[in-house]
Structures are given as C-alpha cells and as structure tokens.
Design a protein around this ligand. Structure first.
Ligand SMILES: Nc1ncnc2c1ncn2[C@@H]1O[C@H](COP(=O)(O)OP(=O)(O)OP(=O)(O)O)[C@@H](O)[C@H]1O
Length: 293
C-alpha cells in the first residue's frame, strides 16, 4: 500500500522514465535477458479445446515468466479468446493443464480466479454503466475483502479497516489511471477510451499478479493507443505486474511486449521476442498476409 502511494506520487516522472525506456532497445533487450532465469508465473501445457468437430486449441504450450508482458497474436479464429476463457476457467479444456504459480487451475472455479491473483479485462467492458468511475473500480477490489453480510451488519472493527483500505487503494488507482476529474461521473457518460481505462482500473483493483488484457486497444484512436502503451509499461513497472495481452493492434503488441506468442488454427506457430516473431515466415504467411513488417 505504501509502495503504491509512493509510486503514485511521481506519476509524471514515471511517464518520462517510461518514454525513455521505450526508446531504448538495448534496455528492452537487457530486461529480457535479465528475466531469463525468473520463475514462470503461468504455464500453459498442451491445452486442447474442442467444440464439436472444431479444435479451437490444439496442444497449446507456452510459459509466461513473472514480470513480463506477453503478447498473444493470431488471425481471426486462431483461438486467442478460447485460451483466455480457459485461463479464466470459463471454458473447460479436454487435454493438458494450466499452472498458475506452479498450481493447476483445474480445480479452481471461475469465481475463484480473481482471488487467486488473475485479473482480466473484457473486449466488451464489464462495467456497471450507471455507477460512477470510482464505484466501478472499488467493486473490482471486493474479491479481496473478507467481510460478508453478517460481519457488515455487526459492523465488526476489521470491516471498517478493510473498507478504508479498499477506498484508499481505489483512490490510488483513480490517480494512477488519471481518472480523478471523472471519478464521480457515471461510466455511461464517458467516452469509450475513458471507459476502457475504468475497465483497466476495475481489473487492477483486484490486485492481480497476472493481468489478462483482451484487446485493450480495440476501438481506441491513435493518440489513445499511444497513451495506453505508456500506461501499460508504467503499470507493469510500478505494480510489478505480469501481463498477457490479446491484441490485433500489431504496433502496440510489438512495441509493448517482451515476448510474443503467435497462434494459428489453434496451434502455437511462433514464440519469441517481438523481432523474432515479426521475422518468422510462418507468422508472416499466417497473420501478416505475406507482408513482413
Ligand atoms: N463457444 C464456441 N462454440 C463453438 N465454436 C467456438 C466457440 N468459441 C470459439 N469457437 C471456435 O473456435 C475457434 C477459435 O475461436 P476464438 O474466438 O478463440 O478465436 P480468436 O483468435 O479469439 O478470434 P478473434 O480474433 O476473431 O476474436 C473458431 O473457429 C471459433 O469459431
């Protein structure tokens, strides 16, 4: 908590540092090199999902090391959303396993995923449109609270402390995401780009170790995408988050990711640095329509 407070205090400095970091290719490479020995936060091991005769995921395996931003790309129908839904436990897989911090997710129900430390944003924003920005973000943090009907009704002392902590964390996120001027505004009255930032805040409020981002740049204009890129780097840096990012916006994926995994027809066709994946012929053929970037 104190750490986050300190982090919020130097937001501007952080943005300048993030810009400098983004411009330094050698810095990115050294981050990749230095994280090579880190433990994997997530291991997808031979995951297979079938819908009738369709194999949406075909023995998909890759690892997400702690602290990395991993981009998941692939043409329409490649299996990206299916994989996200497996990670969120919304879909069952018929073969393979998914390990989070070395522990299988097989026994974890969908409602237990957030308290385990996996947060998620949705393409179609999972927000309460008639509630304010602050209320939406605060609701995202409720999975981290212990209070229930009885403890709230009895106003037990720790309930008050918990609520105060949640309110403080919400304010810090409102600040971090530059939402202070609209904190009391109803979500439905905000432009789409701002709503996407609220969605990010809602997911961050659950204090995830792993953040799953489902097309965060979808529907954003050029300037908003640039700002999002800076924000994602800043969040990773300051909150020590690991991120898995499904995105069609190639420029964003290649610039923000440390590692890129490419899917096609439910199979992993490439897994490497953005430069390696961009130069991969199979990816070029499958995804980039034959035009090397
Ligand atoms: N619930 C479902 N029932 C039947 N088939 C499904 C279901 N969900 C996905 N599929 C099929 O699985 C395959 C992978 O779909 P998925 O949505 O995961 O791809 P995607 O890479 O996310 O595509 P897009 O980029 O268009 O969102 C597709 O052939 C799709 O039609």
């Amino acid at each position: 908590m104190q750490l986050l407070t300190r982090q919020c205090a130097d937001t501007r400095k952080r943005h300048r540092a993030a810009r400098a970091w983004a411009g330094s290719r050698s810095c990115q490479e050294s981050i990749i090199a230095s994280s090579a020995n880190r433990a994997d936060l997530l291991n997808v091991e031979g995951v297979t999902v079938r819908f009738g005769g369709i194999t949406a995921l075909d023995h998909v395996s890759f690892a997400v090391p702690a602290g990395r931003i991993v981009g998941l790309i692939g043409p329409n129908g490649a299996g990206k959303t299916t994989l996200f839904n497996c990670l969120s436990r919304l879909y069952q897989f018929s073969e393979g396993d998914i390990l989070f911090e070395g522990r299988s997710l097989q026994q974890t129900p969908a409602h237990g995923i957030a308290s385990l430390g996996i947060g998620r944003t949705f393409q179609n924003l999972a927000l309460f449109r008639t509630m304010s920005v602050r209320q939406n973000i605060m609701l995202g943090g409720h999975c981290r609270t212990r209070s229930g009907f009885l403890s709230n009704a009895l106003r037990l002392p720790w309930v008050g402390r918990e609520e105060a902590g949640l309110a403080e964390r919400t304010d810090e996120l409102v600040h971090l995401l530059d939402l202070e001027s609209v904190a009391q505004t109803r979500v439905m009255d905000l432009p789409f780009g701002t709503q996407k930032r609220v969605e990010l805040g809602r997911a961050l409020a659950s204090q995830p170790k792993l953040l799953l981002l489902d097309e965060p740049a979808g529907g954003l204009n050029h300037e908003e995408v640039e700002a999002l890129m800076e924000l994602l780097r800043a969040i990773r840096e300051r909150l020590q988050l690991t991120m898995l990012l499904v995105e069609h916006h190639m420029n964003l994926v290649m610039r923000v990711s440390d590692q890129v995994v490419a899917l096609d027809f439910g199979r992993v066709i490439a897994d490497g640095t953005p430069a390696e994946v961009q130069a991969n012929e199979t990816v070029v053929q499958a995804y980039l329509g034959g035009v090397a970037a």
